[in-house]
Design a protein around this ligand. Structure first.
Ligand code: GYE
Length: 306
């Protein structure tokens, strides 16, 4: 592929395109599955992929995007680590006539002409589903339900939205009390560390809501280390439904998982080809996903792809 395809109406050299993709990092099982999906789908779709890992740092993503602009790729796709602070670099891409696709996470830019589409989950909905399970589970409880929350990366769309969606649902009943809430940066190590601190300062935690499986899995180690039974002494709700999470759910250590699909690659490649050709695409493409109880996890575990 030559560098002449600028996204302004076809490169004239067949329909092979080059995509610059700036990934958030490798912080979780979800992310690993997402990276594989993007790489495999690029190969299958005949898209030349330039891939970079930002190690959860916005400055690295901005550098990567600038380098893709310089290399005159046909399309830039990225999963913004945090929501704010993208206007300048996205304007640079727009001025260079390189279309941008947001995948997985959103930006808060007011000017929506800075990107062509946003492909990914509805994180507010995910937070609501987590809250709905909790409300149902404790519908007969009279005493306060003491909840600790492990938030995702501070300022990221999934952390903001999973928090607000959950809060919206449980906020209707004052018995649900979030007694501690802190970031675990979506990693297992941080999830464990923060849960250890939660356990030290709060002897009577009823529920843990973790914004992803990995933090929940780290927290399970902390809970067991404190001599308590995860899933029983402390009920656990997580988001993602990666294989390790589903295993813990089937084993009774997690109580409920809200699915968030990382398999965005095929749709991303489709959208990329369309925007490079100058075709109109939907401004928002929402991923379809479900939820899992312990029994459901047992049934689907063996066929789980990631
Ligand atoms: O839930 C978490 C990952 O942005 C949806 O990022 C993604 C989140 C996912 O680190 O595990």
């Amino acid at each position: 592929v030559t560098a002449c395809g600028s996204g302004s109406g076809g490169s004239g050299g067949g329909d092979s395109i080059t995509m610059g993709f700036s990934q958030v990092g490798a912080e979780s099982g979800w992310r690993t599955a997402n990276t594989k999906s993007v790489q495999d789908s690029a190969k299958n779709a005949g898209v030349t992929l330039k891939f970079s890992d930002a190690q959860q740092k916005q400055e690295n993503q901005i550098k990567a995007i600038r380098s893709y602009i310089q290399q005159k790729v046909d399309v830039i796709a990225f999963s913004p680590v945090v929501e704010s602070g993208w206007d300048t670099v996205l304007k640079e891409a727009k001025d260079a006539k390189i279309p941008v696709i947001l995948t997985d996470r959103a930006v808060d830019s007011k000017d929506t002409s800075l990107y062509k589409t946003f492909l990914g989950s509805d994180f507010v909905e995910e937070g609501k589903k987590a809250g709905q399970w909790l409300v149902e589970e404790y519908k007969d409880a009279k005493d306060p339900v003491k909840i600790v929350e492990l938030q995702g990366t501070t300022g990221s769309a999934p952390a903001n939205d999973r928090k607000s969606g959950f809060q919206e649902v449980i906020g209707a009943d004052a018995k649900f009390q979030i007694i501690a809430s802190q970031t675990g940066d979506f990693t297992r190590a941080k999830g464990k560390e923060v849960m250890e601190a939660f356990l030290k300062s709060n002897p009577d935690i009823d529920v843990l809501y973790a914004h992803n499986d990995d933090m929940g899995l780290g927290a399970i180690e902390a809970i067991e280390g404190a001599g308590k039974a995860p899933g029983k002494d402390i009920k656990i709700i997580t988001v993602d439904a990666v294989k390790d999470g589903m295993q813990a759910l089937a084993d009774g250590k997690i109580n409920f998982i809200v699915e968030c699909s990382p398999l965005l690659g095929p749709q991303l490649m489709d959208l990329a080809k369309k925007v490079v050709k100058g075709e109109q695409v939907q401004a928002r493409v929402v991923t379809e996903e479900t939820t899992f109880t312990q029994d459901q996890a047992k049934q689907v575990l063996s066929t789980r792809q990631y």
